[in-house]
Design a binder for this molecule. Structure first.
Ligand SMILES: Nc1ncnc2c1ncn2[C@@H]1O[C@H](COP(=O)(O)OP(=O)(O)OP(=O)(O)O)[C@@H](O)[C@H]1O
Ligand SMILES: [Mg+2]
Length: 377
């Protein structure tokens, strides 16, 4: 018997979102399927659930693309059961508007993430391999914040201080002599070394956890053709062997590069330059792996994220699965869906209703047609 899920999105209210007709939907614990022909609103429905949980879309950074054409804003609401306690989440957004509520009171992402976190498996853009280090840092940081929502503050503080430091360095570059700015620079470095040490420790721990899940037999890494992929964290600045990356050690590393930073006019050291290496058989997968190997690795890494989230918080995130079958061969699709139907809540969008007919794992099957959602029968 599967153990009951500890976090369940029980319902979704949707007003003026994309092409979806205003609606109230009840979801179940376990595997929920949304089927419908191309272009009818399946991904939009997953996107609405994701936005409710995470305060952003998984397919666009432009919030003004989300209100129904002709509307300037949209609102979403939902009831969540988290460790047997019910909560109400709400969000209203549009151009220049973003309001978030938890149980009727104004709230922020740090708080609501503790109630409902969400992980999406969508047709991968492969930015993790083809993008820059910032894409890989985002992959880590989102996982860390999902498991430890209070880290939102640390990242925010770090970014704020880094922006101020960069502004100062730019001034220093333009207006020599710089003696007067040195003290201010030291103060920023002092502040940054503290947040950098925390970010570094959390990233190191997170990569270690992901690595352990990837190394498991019969775990997510089985999806990947060839040798099992491995990951390693590449922090910046690199320190001599034996150093732990403590605040003091980082401060010393920052000071060592201070002159270079003044000369170049921007920050050269810190976690904003960290990277993640994903390799297979000793070779960097971004350079050597096939597109299929990269896609399968991405799905394996996401699944590992889900298991690590459970390890960190005691609950699984809500899983949204969009078109995984479009990316993998039949054998791997079966294996992925098997791994995805565990003791957690999953919403799967699929263009093929028949593929799910008679599947006994499915507890709810909805159909979307022209943005109208109904029971599949
Ligand atoms: N802001 C909006 N207002 C109204 N309609 C929109 C808006 N944004 C997107 N749409 C429409 O929503 C429709 C459904 O999009 P969606 O991506 O959900 O389809 P889908 O069912 O997932 O299709 P596929 O099977 O091809 O992935 C599209 O036809 C699109 O034109
Ligand atoms: Mg779609």
């Amino acid at each position: 018997m599967k153990k009951p899920t500890e976090t369940v999105l029980r319902s979704l209210n949707c007003v003026s979102f994309r092409n979806l007709q205003d609606t109230h939907i009840e979801w179940c614990a376990g595997l929920n399927v949304i089927s419908g022909d191309n272009g009818h609103g399946k991904t939009n429905l997953l996107e609405a659930c994701f936005f409710l949980a995470m305060g952003r879309s998984f397919r666009t950074a432009r919030v003004d693309a989300l209100p129904r054409r002709g509307s300037s804003s949209f609102s979403l609401g939902g009831e969540v059961s988290h460790r047997q306690v019910s909560h109400r989440l709400g969000v209203k957004a549009g151009r220049g508007l973003r309001e978030r509520t938890l149980d009727g009171c104004q709230s922020d992402l740090g708080r609501t993430l503790g109630v409902l976190a969400c992980l999406v498996f969508a047709a991968p853009r492969l930015a993790l391999f083809r993008g820059g280090p910032d894409d890989r840092r985002r992959f880590l940081d989102r996982g860390i914040v999902g498991g430890k929502p209070f880290m939102v503050e640390t990242y925010r503080d770090h970014l704020r201080a880094l922006r101020q430091k960069n502004r100062l360095l730019k001034q220093a570059r333009q207006a020599r002599p710089v003696a007067a700015l040195r003290d201010q620079l030291a103060a920023f470095n002092d502040q940054l070394a503290g947040t950098a040490a925390t970010i570094r420790r959390e990233r190191e721990d997170y990569v270690k956890r992901l690595g352990k899940v990837l190394a498991r037999d019969e775990g997510p890494a089985e999806l990947v053709p060839g040798r099992r992929p491995e990951i390693s964290y590449q922090p910046h600045p690199t320190l001599e062997e034996g150093m732990t990356g403590s605040r003091e050690q980082l401060m010393a590393a920052y000071e060592e590069r201070a002159e270079d930073e003044i000369r170049r006019g921007h920050a050269l050291v810190g976690p904003q330059r960290d990277d993640l290496s994903i390799h297979q058989d000793g070779a960097e997968m971004s350079r050597f792996a096939s597109a299929g190997q990269q896609r399968a690795t991405l799905i394996a890494l996401k699944m590992s994220k889900m298991l690590v989230h459970k390890e960190m918080t005691g609950s699984y995130p809500l899983l949204l699965v969009d078109d995984v079958d479009a990316e993998l061969d039949a054998h791997r699709t079966r294996r992925a869906l098997h791994l995805l139907s565990g003791p957690y809540q999953v919403l799967v969008a699929s263009a093929s209703a028949e593929a799910w007919a008679g599947d006994r794992r499915v507890v709810r099957h909805l159909r979307v047609r022209d943005g109208i959602i109904s029971r599949f029968s």
